[in-house]
Design a protein around this ligand. Structure first.
Ligand SMILES: [Zn+2]
Length: 166
């Protein structure tokens, strides 16, 4: 079981699957690995786990972004401009609206993922902790929402007062 966890997170010093992070440039990978090596083994494991989860998510979003009508995106990095359903020509308005919702959500997740990627590269030791209460964000949550900067507890308390945390 422990061996399984190890190979899943891939933190054996001998082989670094983190180097396979496909959505990181070689420069970014290098910087990430240098910073991650300065961490204690425990935190290093968490940082690599998060980077791998985030990398997978970025691949998924890229696919969704390609499938979703590109006209909803005003730029490659994800505009904060919400797509306008009226801009879409004819067709099934339900389908258009659905695509819009997907595009907005997709854009938001993309932006947050890019922010988290930069944070992980520069400050991997900080990126694994909740930005609010400072606890280590558990892996279940990291797998579910790799770009998150908050633990479940803080995220839920945000939902209560309409704060847009993630
Ligand atoms: Zn928290």
């Amino acid at each position: 079981m422990f061996q399984q966890v190890l190979s899943m997170t891939g933190t054996q010093a001998s082989d670094f699957p983190a180097l396979a992070l496909v959505n990181f440039t070689s420069e970014e990978r290098k910087k990430f690995m240098v910073n991650v090596m300065n961490l204690t083994p425990k935190i290093r494991e968490e940082a690599i786990f998060k980077a791998v989860a985030l990398d997978k998510q970025i691949s998924r979003i890229q696919l969704t972004r390609r499938i979703t009508n590109r006209k909803f995106f005003t730029d490659e990095m994800g505009s904060s401009e919400p797509p306008d359903p009226k801009m879409a020509d004819g067709g099934n308005s339900y389908e258009v609206e659905k695509n819009c919702c997907l595009a907005i959500r997709c854009n938001k997740v993309w932006r947050k993922s890019m922010e988290m990627k930069q944070k992980l590269i520069s400050f991997p030791g900080q990126a694994v902790f909740c930005g609010e209460c400072g606890c280590l964000i558990d892996r279940e949550r990291v797998e579910e929402v790799p770009h998150t900067a908050h633990c479940v507890k803080c995220k839920n308390s945000h939902n209560g007062n309409g704060h847009n945390g993630s």
